[in-house]
Design a protein around this ligand. Structure first.
Ligand SMILES: NC(=O)c1ccc[n+]([C@@H]2O[C@H](COP(=O)([O-])OP(=O)(O)OC[C@H]3O[C@@H](n4cnc5c(N)ncnc54)[C@H](O)[C@@H]3O)[C@@H](O)[C@H]2O)c1
Length: 337
């Protein structure tokens, strides 16, 4: 690790961009040099937190590429591919918000551009850096539940005014709750089961008449190692309860239950333990997982290591979503395509 700082441009300073800024501000050997957002006040305010230069468009921020080493792409989904490919062509490393692109084809373009340019591409499956997820993965890798055979993933994140209006536009988002929220749960499944997806059956619904993208998905998935899973993704229109996310991984030797931001427990033949977690991981605050993600990205760049969450991981998630959209049975209100 060098004494110099990695100079980073944050492209998009909305909900996710702001969390990235908080994360990088807490990381050594990183400096936010540019913040770009079409909302000039927002760009100025977020740039002000880090002593960065504000820009009003991601392209103009990249025009200052000579001063930069890396970008964080935290833009609406339809801009992901263009921004990431242009950054890679300019030799900049890319920390890429999920989903990797608004379609599988766009994801492939990003992966190819970064591979050709020889830059680090890391996909922001930021929930992997939460305490409960790290613990669950460690128990599985240590063999404490044997081989995962059946899993349940349930994630519900209320739709509401805190979300950008672009999410309701299929051309800008590429899809609804599956692309915005469900990708995190899909990534968790693929990561914990650790096998490629085989078959997909799904039902897809909108829940409100005015919605142009799906608001609920239930999928039955099987994996190459024989494991099965159900994936339930809902974007309810009521705010009560906030985001709730539960995972249960049944193995041949035990079960792991994760309640995101609350607890993780194992009941196995060789180990029984319950760990309460909080949402702040002590002094690093509620965005502690963004800080950890930023640290891993900076380290991968400086040490020339392989990306901790590479492009192929983002592509596997996008491919799974694409198969759900293609093969799922679309409910009567569904109007995405
Ligand atoms: N990992 C997470 O926990 C997490 C959470 C929320 C969102 N996300 C992801 O982050 C990305 C952004 O989502 P969001 O919820 O922050 O959206 P958002 O609407 O809050 O923010 C996007 C920002 O991009 C700006 N923008 C649009 N066009 C631009 C342009 N040409 N140049 C510069 N800025 C432009 C908008 O003004 C807006 O402020 C998406 O990929 C989303 O899926 C990830």
């Amino acid at each position: 690790m060098t004494d110099m700082a990695l100079k980073i441009a944050i492209l998009g300073a909305g909900q996710a961009g702001a969390r990235h800024i908080t994360g990088f501000l807490a990381v050594e050997h990183a400096q936010i040099a540019a913040v770009a957002d079409t909302d000039a006040d927002l760009a100025r305010r977020e740039a002000g937190r880090s002593g960065a230069t504000p820009f009003q468009d991601w392209r103009t921020a990249l025009d200052a590429a000579a001063e930069l080493d890396a970008v964080v792409v935290a833009l609406p989904h339809h801009l992901h591919a263009e921004a990431a490919c242009m950054a890679a062509e300019r030799g900049l490393h890319v920390l890429m918000e999920k989903p990797m692109g608004s379609s599988l084809a766009e994801g492939r373009r990003i992966e190819e551009a970064c591979r050709t340019a020889g830059v680090v591409l890391m996909i922001c499956f930021v929930h992997r850096f939460r305490d409960e997820a790290i613990q669950a993965k460690a128990w599985i890798e240590a063999g404490h539940i044997g081989v995962p055979v059946n899993c349940m993933e349930t994630i519900a994140s209320p739709r509401g005014s805190h979300l950008g209006s672009w999410i309701n536009s299929p051309d800008l988002s590429g899809g609804g709750v599956l692309m915005y929220t469900g990708v995190h749960a899909m990534d968790r499944l693929l990561w914990l089961v650790d096998a490629p997806l085989r078959d997909v059956h799904a039902s897809i619904r909108t829940l409100t008449a005015g919605s142009r993208v799906e608001e609920a998905v239930t999928a039955l998935l099987t994996f190459d190692n024989g494991a099965m899973a159900t994936l339930n993704v809902t974007g309810p229109t009521y705010p009560a309860g906030g985001t709730s996310w539960r995972s249960e991984i049944y193995g041949t030797e035990g079960v792991i239950r994760i309640r995101a931001r609350q607890s993780v427990e194992i009941a196995g033949n060789s180990l029984a333990q319950r760990i309460e977690v909080d949402d702040t991981s002590t002094r690093d605050g509620e965005n502690y997982n963004f800080k950890r993600q930023a640290e891993e990205f900076v380290q991968a760049v400086w040490d020339g290591e392989v990306s901790p969450i590479p492009g192929r991981t983002g592509l596997a998630v996008l491919e799974a979503c694409q198969r759900i959209y293609d093969r799922g049975i679309h409910g009567p209100l569904f109007a995405l395509r």
